[in-house]
Design a protein around this ligand. Structure first.
Ligand code: ATP
Ligand code: MG
Length: 423
């Protein structure tokens, strides 16, 4: 016997029992996005490696350690996308979408990062990402946060908190970085190992170290906020004022930095303490320099991405009520003629009642075994057809849940009766 193959580590199947939660999140999210005027853009899963190097940054965890990079048969270096912003910006520049018009775009799908798989952290995971191009004020930052707050409400999720920070301009960050590095270098021994390594490669990431001693040390360190330029400061204050007016609670977290190089000014994360260590469900911010950096003309931009696995874990953990995908009707038919009639009748019902979910018992068998399957399917009613019923052009409608009565109905009254039962 041959060996049974397993999926790649960290890459999950989403089995039918979980798809209602996925569809619920996707459907609700799309409806909320449409209500803010966002349009979908669909992007390739694979891009030139160069794109991610240039946009995410050479010295980031993603580019250094996490990308799935390979040579294709032409010898080009390609990578599975680790995130969606780079491809979205690439597509907008390539297709000339960033003239004078504003673009509100969203995309969804799998992303790939070679990380250590654990709860809430996978090698193939799914994001829905949102990007707005062509608007530079804090009003659009605020609107994106209002959108996410509305989304949590629509998804029935409780207990996610908004953390905000401003990273200022790259000049402000550069001055801060120099001072921070000088300050930390004299305290090198007190840093955790990861932070020691980052001191040379990506010192700002030390700010979001999970190590308690490092965090305590950082209390005394230079603070980014003291370096931030006047314009970024008033942008941030404008954002806070709008959030206050909208009644959206937030916490200013001066340690919040993002892992990707292209962020400046506003950064934010929605976090929860209900998912253990992987508590960030949505993260984003402003990246006004990226479009130009990738060869487009200077265009302000702001966006975020949310991790669907983590959102779904929250929804399942909080027991949010999900739409029930079980069939309404299970067609039970015994005998050759009844089986044939059952298939056709199911078709007529689907024609007449859009949205009706009908499962036909294909494959024959006794009434008894068919009823067992009808019951197991979760259907509300069984439509019962025997030879005699078919002769008389009528069917039995048996209630399978709670009320277990059975009615006999002529074929031509079935649609009406089922419509009535569906309410
Ligand atoms: P983290 O600090 O958790 O590694 P990140 O800063 O690398 O997150 P982003 O690149 O901002 O994450 O991605 C946005 C969101 O996508 C995250 O907040 C998270 O919800 C989700 N996400 C990121 N990486 C993974 C992963 N490997 N598995 C599952 N979800 C992920
Ligand atoms: Mg990460």
């Amino acid at each position: 016997m041959s060996r049974i193959l397993q999926a790649v580590r960290g890459m999950n199947d989403i089995l039918p029992e979980h798809s209602p939660a996925w569809q619920f999140v996707e459907d609700r999210t799309r409806a909320v996005l449409e209500s803010y005027g966002f349009r979908e853009i669909r992007l390739p899963l694979v891009e030139k490696t160069e794109l991610f190097r240039r946009s995410i940054g050479e010295v980031t965890d993603i580019v250094e350690k996490e990308m799935y990079t390979f040579e294709d048969r032409n010898g080009d270096s390609l990578s599975l996308r680790p995130e969606g912003t780079a491809g979205c910006v690439r597509a907008c520049i390539q297709h000339g979408l960033l003239g004078s018009q504003v673009q509100r775009l969203w995309y969804g799908g799998p992303m790939f990062r070679h990380e250590r798989p654990q709860k809430g952290r996978y090698r193939q995971f799914h994001q829905i990402g949102v990007e707005v191009f062509g608007l530079e004020g804090p009003d659009v930052d605020a609107e994106l946060l209002m959108l996410t707050a509305r989304l949590w409400k629509q998804l029935g999720i409780e207990g996610v908190q908004l953390q905000l920070n401003s990273l200022g301009t790259s000049e402000a960050r550069a001055r801060f970085r120099d001072d921070l590095v000088a300050w930390l270098r004299t305290r090198f021994d007190q840093l955790d190992e990861d932070s020691q390594r980052r001191l040379d490669s990506n010192p700002l990431r030390i700010l979001d170290s999970k190590n308690a001693d490092t965090q305590a040390l950082l209390e005394q360190a230079p603070r980014l906020w003291d370096y931030i330029d006047e314009a970024s400061r008033s942008h941030f204050e404008g954002l806070c004022a709008l959030l206050d007016a909208a009644g959206i609670a937030y916490e200013v977290n001066p340690r919040l930095v993002r892992g990707l190089d292209y962020y400046g000014r506003t950064v934010f994360e929605w976090v929860t303490d209900q998912l253990g260590a992987q508590g960030t469900v949505c993260a984003g911010g402003r990246y006004d320099v990226l479009v130009e950096h990738l060869g487009g003309r200077a265009t302000p931009a702001v966006g975020f991405a949310m991790g669907l696995e983590r959102l779904i874990a929250l929804i399942e953990g909080q027991g949010v009520a999900l739409p029930d995908p079980s069939p309404h009707l299970y067609v039970v038919a015994a005998g050759e003629q009844a089986q044939r009639e059952g298939l056709l009748l199911a078709e007529r019902l689907r024609d007449a009642l859009p949205g009706l979910r009908v499962l036909t018992h294909c494959g024959g068998g006794s009434f008894k075994s068919q009823f067992k399957k009808a019951d197991r399917s979760g259907a509300r009613w069984a439509l019962v057809l025997g030879e005699q019923e078919v002769q008389q052009r009528q069917a039995g409608l048996k209630h399978l849940r709670g009320d277990t009565g059975q009615e006999t109905l002529p074929f031509d009254t079935l649609t009406e009766r089922i419509a009535q039962l569906l309410g």
